[in-house]
Every structure is written in C-alpha cells, then in structure tokens.
Design a protein. Structure first.
Length: 322
C-alpha cells in the first residue's frame, strides 16, 4: 500500500537545511510507486534512481530530459523549484514565462508568508530606498568574499594577494555611498568583479582571461563560471520563493532583466563561493560533475541559502521601518 504524505509533511525540512540540489540530463523524471525517480537507460536496462524530494531545494533539467505531470505534482507539494537548462547547467531556459535568462517552475502555495512581501512593497516604489536595498545586498557580498577567499588560500592551488583583494573590496565599499543611481552601482560592481577575476587568475596562474557571454565560450573557466552561477541562481530563486518575494521586485538588475531579483540575490554569494572555485577547478583539470560538486560543497559549508534568506529578511525589515 502506497503511503500518502500531506504537503505540510513534505515541507518539514526547511529549505535552508536541505542537502540536495540536482542537475539531471539524459533521463526522464517520473512518479513511481509513491516516489519521484529519474530513469536512465543503459543498453537494454532501465535504471531508476530515487530523488528524496523532502530534502531537495532545486532540480535543474538539462539536455535530453523530460518530466511527467505526476512528478511535478509531488515536487510542488514538497516545495521544490524546477528549471530547464542547457547542457552543463547553462543557459537556463524560460519555463513559466518568457524571460531572457532565468525563470523557474515554482511550486504554487497560497500559504507562503506575506510579511516580507508587504515590507518589501512598502519601500520598493521609493527609488532611494530601493537603491539602499541594493547597497545592503552588495555589502553582504563584500562580507562573504572577505570570509571565504582567505580560507581558500593555498600556495599551490590559490595563492591570492590578500592586500590586493582588500584594496579592491575597500574601494568598492568606500564608493558605495557615492552611488546615487542603480547605474552607478552596476558600474562599480562591474569594475570590482573584473578586479576579482584578475586576482583569481593570478592566484592560480591561469594566464589571460576574458569573461565571455554565457554559453558562448569554449574556455573552461568561463564554462565553469556559467555553470556555478546558475546553481547560485537556483538557490537565489529558492530564497525568494521561501519568503514570498516575486522575482520581478528587483532592486538592482530590474531595469535590464525580468526576474532580476534572482540576479540580485545570487550576487551575494557568487563571487565568494563560485568565482574562485571556477579557476581552481579549471587548473585542477576537473570535469563538469567534479566542479559542480565543488560548488555544492562550498554552498553547504558557507550556508549559502541561509545567508541569502537572512539578508533578504534583514533588508525588508530595516527598510520597511525607515
């Protein structure tokens, strides 16, 4: 007899404490005997693998995948976000509405909290407060870089120049208050990220590097950056969904991208946890699966989803009270 679980029972593990983020390719996701499984073919055999949905935050469906309606029903019950993407995790294709880069099949629930949405909306239409929210997210971004880059310091694999790193971060920090528009902040962000790429390249002796458009490069570090960033977008989409914020209520990327709040939130941890691993993995000769595991280990170690959720909640609460 198949045991039925209520939606509330499937959501007992908080999203910030869930262990799994899946990227699947060349398989079919289906509901079988009370479980969500993915089916792969090896020769004449079909192999079934269980997905522990109550302990999963995100499922990314890559090349050659399909999913059944019953499987989507169960994933929605458990609050799992699902997204379709290209091979290796990038680019992420539109799913529930047409967007350039990011869109998710979000589980529908009328019982998500409204507290933070109401707080967010109370300031979102004020340009100055929206810019201040963007600055709060960027300050947390700097904090995460300062926390995680030094911990990766290794003379053989990641010999970063700590003085140059602090100089770049201090310059960003000092110039934040002088940014009076989102365009000013985006320009400052781009300059700092370029400096971080240079630091990472020098730290692993990667050589010449130019950041390319997503999915358009054969350079291994660029490919790893695309892949890791889309994993971060999955966590960011989960963080927004958990506290009830629509992806369109962006504070920084909203004028250039629909669903820009996902980009805003992912920025909190991308440079701290993904960027250095992309160059370390490239020099170590990792394949896509090994690099993905590096990123997931960093996300767990750095409690990435907790950090995203806490930052959003803090920004909503503080700016609503101003």
């Amino acid at each position: 007899m198949v045991q039925e679980f209520s939606p509330s029972e499937l959501k007992t593990i908080l999203h910030s404490k869930r262990a799994n983020l899946y990227y699947l390719q060349h398989c079919r996701v289906l509901f079988n005997a009370g479980r969500v499984e993915y089916l792969t073919d090896q020769g004449k055999e079909s192999l079934y693998w269980n997905i522990p949905i109550a302990n999963t935050t995100v499922i990314m469906l890559g090349t050659g995948t399909s999913i059944t309606q019953p499987a989507m029903r169960e994933l929605a019950k458990a609050g799992v976000l699902v997204g379709f993407c290209g091979g290796g995790g990038a680019p992420l294709y539109a799913a529930n509405e047409v967007q350039v880069d990011v869109s998710w099949l979000t589980p529908q629930s009328e019982y998500r909290p409204t507290e933070y949405l109401q707080q967010w909306c109370s300031f979102w239409f004020d340009d100055k407060k929206r810019l201040e929210a963007a600055k709060m997210l960027q300050r947390e971004r700097l904090k995460q870089i300062r926390t995680h880059w030094p911990s990766l310091q290794d003379p053989e694999t990641f010999a970063i120049h700590t003085n140059r790193l602090e100089t770049a971060l201090k310059r960003f920090e000092d110039n934040l208050d002088s940014c009076h528009t989102t365009q000013d902040l985006l320009s400052l962000e781009a300059t700092t990220t370029k400096a971080l790429y240079k630091l990472a390249c020098d730290g692993v002796q990667y050589g010449e590097f130019t950041r390319s458009e997503r999915g358009n490069s054969t350079d291994i570090a660029n490919r790893f950056l695309d892949h890791g960033n889309y994993l971060a977008y999955g966590l960011a989409a989960t963080a927004c969904w958990v506290i009830g914020l629509p992806h369109g209520l962006a504070v920084l990327h909203g004028k250039t991208r629909r669903g820009g709040l996902v980009f805003d939130v992912a920025d909190i941890i991308k440079d701290a946890l993904v960027l250095p691993q992309a160059f370390i993995a490239a020099m170590a000769g990792d394949d896509e699966q090994e690099f993905r595991q590096r990123c997931l280990n960093q996300f767990r170690k750095g409690q990435a989803l907790d950090v995203m959720i806490d930052t959003l909640q803090s920004a909503a609460t503080q700016l609503a009270e101003c």
